[in-house]
Each structure stands twice: as C-alpha cells, then as structure tokens.
Design a protein around this ligand. Structure first.
Ligand code: UDP
Ligand code: UDP
Length: 434
C-alpha cells in the first residue's frame, strides 16, 4: 500500500488509545497490526491495570508479536468511591480512565517523533477530544460498532427519552423500536453509561464530526497459534454449533441449564463457552456445579464445554463449524461474517439488538425476538431454544448468503477494494502531517 518504504521522514506516527474490555481492545489490536503492516509507526497506550485477564494476556501477545510497536502505560488512579455502586466493572473502568485523563496530555507530548494523529476509542471521545484540541493533535474516534449505531448515537442526546413513543425516529434511519435502545440510556436515573455515552457527547455538541472513514472489517490476525481444539478436528465438516456470549456477559444459572437442555434437544453437536461471571478473574465456579450432573451426562454425548477463554477466531474458521449462537457483540458478528458462519441471534445488552437487526436484514442470521434481552426476568425454555437451533442450522439460504457476505468482506480489504483504498487514503493524509 505504501510507496514510501521505510523513509522515516514519510513515516507517520500514530498513537492508539483503547478502552476497557475485549470488545473494545480487540479492534485496536487489529488496527495496530494493520497499520504496522502498512509502515505506520504505532504507539499503543494501555490504560493500566486492565479489568480482565484476557485483556492483559492479549496485550502481552501484541507486544511480543510486534516488537516495533511502542508500549506506553497510562497508569490509572484508584477511585474506590465509585466501584461500590457501579453496576458494571467495564463501564466503571471507562469512568476511571476518564478521571485519569489529565495524565494523557504529558504522555502524548513526550512521544518522539511527534505524533501525526491519535486514534481514540469511542467511549473516551468526549474526554479526550478537549485534550487533543488543546494540543492541536488530530484525533480520530474509532467507533467499534456499526454505522447505524453511530447514527443513533449522534442523534440520541437531542431526544428526550420520556417523549419517545414506541419507535425512535432519526432522520436517515427507519424508525427504531424503543425496546432496541440500550436500556441504561432510557433510565430516568443517572448511570455510568448515560454519563459517558449520552450526556458527555451532548456537552461536546459543538464538536464537528468531519468525516467517516469506513475501513472495516478489520481482518483478524493471529497473535499466536493457540492449542487447536482437538474435539473440533474430530467433528464432520459443517456439523457443529458454536455457542458463546462474548467476553463479558454472564448468564444466569437457570438460563444456563435451559440452554444446555435446548442444545441437547436440538440433536446438533455443539461447542459451548459457559460463562456465569462478567469478569474472567471472578469466574472460579466449576462447570459441573453450573450445569449439574444429570444435564452434564446428556451433554457429554454431543457437546464440548469450555469454561476458559478460547480463540474464537480459530473456532469460527474451523470447517466443522456450521452456525453460531451469539450475543451479537459487534466483534463476534464481524468475525462470523468474515468467516461466512450463519448466526442465531440472541442480543443480551447494549447495542446488540441494533446489531441483531442488521444481521437479520442482510440475511445471515435469525433473531428470536420474543427472547428479549438476556437477564430479563424471563428464562427462555430449552424446547424453544432447540427449535430455533434446528431451524437456523437447517437453513441453506442463510448459509449461501453467509458465503456471499464472506466474499464481499474479503473483496473490501483486498488490494484495490473499498476499505483498502480508504485506509490507504487515511495513511496518505497522515503523511501530509508528518
Ligand atoms: N472472544 C474470544 N474468546 C472468548 C470470548 C470472546 O476470542 O472466549 C473474543 C471474540 O472473538 C471477540 C471479542 O472477544 O473478538 C468479544 O467482543 P464482542 O464485541 O463480540 O463482545 P463483548 O465481549 O464485547 O460483549
Ligand atoms: N453504546 C452506545 N452507543 C453505541 C455503542 C455503544 O450507547 O453506539 C453503549 C451500549 O449501551 C453498550 C456500551 O455503550 O452497552 C458499550 O458498547 P459495546 O456494547 O460495544 O461494548 P461492550 O459491551 O463490548 O463493552
């Protein structure tokens, strides 16, 4: 992509500032790898400590795989007063980073050679924009969700939630059912998410949003070859359902058991990542206690359960995998699209209903809307889960469409493709700033 080779005068220097949680870190890891491959000098700023073990492990892998990337730590100040009443350790961490942001300016100005630009996670936008404005440093907000979510986001703060009818109307979008909006944003009372995502953007209303550079999907890269899942290798091609709710969604014990029952009843083989705590460090319960002996005996015949982190990339690309029961995290969705895997969509929180709708519209997934948000009072019954799993896994049209979308995604990032060109233009524009 670059014609400049390694001429240091023409090498832009870009710093990346991710936020908390694997869903926010993963796209930054991919961006760091992609920019490095395109002769951009990258400094990766890591808010420290991280919330989860998987974040610190991924960072270690990044820096050992790419020794040319410079690591800078943003040492976070402790704010115990907040943690007591915070409903979510990851949102709490967004706030801790925000409160430590005065440490950022000296860090940015100390970097050498001087920066061409900073790329900031969306959750830190309102905090970091005034800092980079003062430094006259171009700041690109990396939005780690869909364009539709970005549109909703940019318009949401001008609406008064109480005035909302059953549908939210935003120009340029079809009316969005109120029930799809991230629930904390609709609450009357204050919460961390509202403060960070809603009011703070409102305060920064004067900020101009210049242009959007659609460079995704960011191709996955393998930090290291993880231990191959021998069980998957033993399964016939296109036979296995992969079940995971991402890195930070806990499922209630009752729902875990109904889900297990449903998977067994579906008569499909399945690989299931079982998680009952939001943060991996807190997750010490034994599988057998979560699942129970009776169900475990039924599961063993067809299913393989995992309690720890596995490399989802490797699973989705495996020829045995035919479908994905997903919580609709944006990374999980883009990874499934990248690998052409049809989805059964079960959004749990946040932007995930908006994501589910997009996948259903492009014809690569089925969404059982009556299941609602995860964690709602209702527990979805095993019979119903089995029925939907069967429907999705047996749907040849979904599979064909998934293969087409996979192809489109790869064309976009291939030399000459739309995302390839946009990234090349972006890097060229940074060179003008060197
Ligand atoms: N992931 C993984 N192994 C796991 C759980 C998650 O590799 O056991 C990865 C997954 O591939 C994705 C990210 O972690 O890249 C999760 O991001 P996503 O946006 O899907 O959901 P979140 O975890 O933020 O809810
Ligand atoms: N969010 C939002 N607007 C967006 C994207 C996200 O209000 O455009 C909120 C949403 O409620 C979500 C939270 O920010 O729960 C974090 O986003 P995301 O779900 O991508 O993060 P994760 O759950 O992966 O940490």
């Amino acid at each position: 992509m670059s014609s400049s080779g390694h001429d240091p005068k023409l090498t832009p220097h870009v710093a990346l500032l991710p936020s908390a949680g694997m869903g926010h870190l993963t796209p930054f890891l991919r961006l760091a790898a992609l920019l490095t491959a395109n002769d951009v000098r990258v400094t990766f700023i890591t808010p420290h400590p991280t919330v989860s073990l998987s974040e610190s492990q991924s960072l270690t892998h990044l820096f050992s795989s790419f020794p040319q990337i410079t690591r800078k730590q943003l040492r976070l100040l402790p704010f115990d007063d907040l943690s007591a009443n915070s409903e979510d350790p990851f949102y709490y961490h967004f706030e801790v980073i925000r409160r430590s942001s005065h440490l950022l300016s000296p860090l940015l100005t100390s970097l050498s050679p001087p920066l061409s630009a900073l790329v900031t996670d969306m959750s830190l936008a309102s905090t970091v924009i005034p800092i980079t404005d003062a430094l006259k440093l171009p700041n690109y907000i990396f939005f780690t969700s869909s364009a539709k979510m970005l549109t909703l986001y940019l318009s949401f703060h001008v609406m008064v939630p109480n005035e909302m009818k059953d549908f939210v109307e935003i120009s340029g979008l079809e009316p969005i059912p109120r029930s799809w909006i991230p629930p904390p944003l609709l609450q009357d009372t204050d919460n961390l998410l509202k403060m960070l995502f809603h009011r703070k953007w409102q305060e920064n209303d004067r900020i101009k949003w210049n242009s959007v550079h659609a460079v995704g999907p960011l191709p996955p890269f393998n930090l290291e070859k993880s231990r191959p899942l021998a069980w998957l290798d033993d399964q016939p091609a296109q036979s296995v359902l992969y079940v995971s709710f991402g890195s930070r969604t806990a499922i209630s014990r009752d729902q875990i058991r109904e889900l297990g029952d449903g998977l067994v009843r579906s008569s499909k083989s399945f690989l299931w990542v079982v998680k009952d705590k939001k943060v991996d460090k807190d997750d010490s319960s034994e599988l057998i206690d979560l699942i129970g002996h009776d169900l475990m005996e039924r599961i063993i015949e067809r299913g393989f359960l995992v309690k720890n982190w596995l490399n989802q990339e490797e699973v989705l690309r495996h020829p045995a995998v035919a479908g994905f029961l997903t919580h609709c995290g944006w990374n999980s969705i883009t990874e499934a699209l990248w690998h052409g895997v049809p989805m059964l969509l079960w959004p749990q929180h946040g932007d995930q209903k908006i994501n589910a709708d997009l996948v259903e519209r492009i014809g690569v997934g089925m969404w059982a809307k009556s299941w609602g948000w995860g964690g709602e009072a209702m527990v979805v019954k095993g019979e119903e889960i089995a029925e939907k799993v069967g429907e999705m896994m047996g749907n040849g049209i979904l599979r064909l469409r998934a293969a087409e979308v996979r192809n489109d995604a790869r064309m976009a990032v291939r030399e000459g493709g739309s995302s390839y060109k946009r990234l090349a233009n972006l890097i060229e524009s940074w060179k003008g700033l060197v």
